[in-house]
Design a protein around this ligand. Sequence first.
Ligand code: NAP
Length: 323
Amino acid sequence: MVAGNIMGIVGGSAELNTGARIPLIGLGTAAITQNEEEIIAAVTAALQVGYRHFDTARLYRSEHALGKALNSAFQSGLVSREDVFVTTKLKNTEHDDPVAAIKDSLMNMQLEYVDLFLIHWPIKLRAEIPLAPVKEEDFLPLDIKSTWQAMEQCMEMGLTKAIGVSNFSSKKIEDLLNYAKIPPAVDQVEMHPQWQQKKLRDYCNKHSIHVSAWSPLGAPNTPWGSNEVIDNPLILEIAQKHGKTRAQVILRWGIEQGVSVLPKSYNTGRITENFQIFDWSLTPDDHDMISKLEQRKLLRGDNFVNSTTSPYKTVEELWDGEI
Ligand SMILES: NC(=O)c1ccc[n+]([C@@H]2O[C@H](COP(=O)([O-])OP(=O)(O)OC[C@H]3O[C@@H](n4cnc5c(N)ncnc54)[C@H](OP(=O)(O)O)[C@@H]3O)[C@@H](O)[C@H]2O)c1
């Protein structure tokens, strides 16, 4: 059973502090090599399978294709706009003007609003280099308060139904809550059985902030992730016991922990497989064994620290010790 005591989780969705519901599984769309046709095909396949939640970001270069796929699904009557939950994120280079950024996203996606707009990282940069090392001269002084005020403006203007953060520690959220007129609805962070984020999730639960899990499978076969989560022998053992795949066990574990999971796949078979997690459950023993797995964060953010220009001299400072 999905944990019923965690922030109003019912069936396949959870309630946000705005009153809206967020589907517990969303398709991740971070596209490194894929072209527009591949993204459109994946989103269309996901809609047909039943996904109603799509995670993009200005950084991913998937907004345009996602918007195209969604708009053709609206036109064909497969789904209506109200049926889908779309998240996008402010780039590290756009903290000065979130209103202009979200307007550009909406134009890219041909949508009138998004359901959730997140500050992608607590980092402000001059130039965006997604996977290459960020240079010292690229960092700009960070002023999260003014960024958040502009995020609030985006919501007040009706450009997004909810606002939130990504890659924020409990401490960074606590600082933000001191001045926020609108509290964040979501913190989207790395989370999987080998990086369970217990402290952050307890904190978010207490403050009615929903947690979404990025790299929920540990990002196998990507430059930033590892196969160690999906290849973990305990996960294989549990999968064999239930007659499920390892990915299904990992994703089911995520939703039973009360978070929404955002697996990325551009393969129709795996998109379908990842969605089949709602009609069975893990046992308390499974949870107990998974809770004892050794913890290791995969994407530590070393790119975002330096001793001169970054607001964070070490990765410990970036995560306020939550690493
Ligand atoms: N906020 C942030 O800072 C942040 C950071 C990272 C990611 N994200 C979001 O989270 C999403 C997911 O994260 P992610 O892509 O890093 O990691 P992930 O979803 O854990 O893993 C994606 C990888 O798993 C493979 N895969 C998917 N389903 C599988 C299955 N059933 N069996 C075996 N392999 C499977 C995919 O390959 P195929 O495509 O070939 O299936 C891909 O190589 C992203 O797309 C993005 O939307 C957000």
